[in-house]
Write a protein that binds this ligand. Structure first.
Ligand code: UP5
Ligand code: MG
Length: 204
């Protein structure tokens, strides 16, 4: 697709920071198409006949980053589909496709490849809070989520990957002045108000 016709925001932050929750709010406010890399991987994992199902399951449980070829392909396909379907609806505003890419890129190789081969982001929304808060949220969600990585052992591994592998990506975009940090410790509605103001400013 023509990457001049899209506006992309990357949405990053630790496991359980509230990326998915706030993306859903921003969809309501601004008509974005929300693509969560983790959700796309989980859907691929469960797709009958997928050659990657078992591999994805193992990576997610271990909190490791799935090889980028798989994730980038899933994202690219989802963007293409949204642009084809969404001309009059979600994700298509003023002649441009608006995307929130949630939980991606979380490793430097993905960041460089996506920026070069698919498109560059307008900015990175960085939802930040401490690990204690994130752990509590994930354990609470784990009671009902059915997610195979919402348990203490997987959560610990997800934090290690986040610190060692994803933080450098956020720093990389920070040096390019693309990162807007939003305090995700507050209530969902308070975080939403901040995020909404940030995005409104960036879309102008
Ligand atoms: N909640 C949210 N905000 C709250 C607030 N302000 N106050 C109180 N509670 C709040 O929220 C988590 C929980 O907290 C919910 O119950 C919510 O109600 C509550 P959510 O919005 O779901 O947080 P989010 O940041 O989206 O957490 P998630 O668990 O989705 O983050 P991860 O980054 O860990 O998960 P993701 O799905 O992105 O990735 C999972 C795995 O997929 C990765 O570990 C990795 O193995 C793999 N992956 C890749 O390999 N490559 C990729 O590119 C992406 C993923
Ligand atoms: Mg999420």
């Amino acid at each position: 697709f023509d990457n001049k016709k899209v506006t992309v925001f990357y949405v990053l932050g630790g496991p359980g920071a509230g990326k998915g929750t706030q993306c859903a709010n921003l969809v309501q406010d601004f008509g974005f198409c929300h693509l969560s890399a983790g959700d796309l991987l989980r859907a691929e994992q469960n797709r009958p006949g997928s050659q990657y199902g078992e591999m994805i399951r193992t990576y997610i449980k271990e909190g490791q980053v799935v090889p980028m070829e798989v994730t980038i392909k899933l994202l690219e396909n989802a963007m293409k589909a949204a642009l084809e379907e969404g001309r009059s609806g979600e994700g298509w505003v003023d002649g441009k496709g608006r995307f929130l890419i949630d939980g991606f890129p979380r490793k430097m190789d993905q960041a460089v490849a996506f920026d070069e081969d698919v498109c560059e982001s307008r900015a990175v929304l960085f939802f930040s809070t401490n690990e204690e808060t994130m752990t509590q949220r994930l354990l609470e969600r784990g009671k009902t989520s059915g997610r195979e990585d919402d348990n203490e052992e997987s959560i610990r591994k997800r934090f290690v990957t986040y610190r060692e592998t994803t933080m450098p990506v956020i720093e990389y975009y920070g040096k390019k002045d693309k990162v807007v940090e939003i305090d995700a410790s507050l209530t969902i509605e308070e975080v939403h108000e901040k995020a909404k103001a940030v995005v409104a400013g960036l879309l102008n």
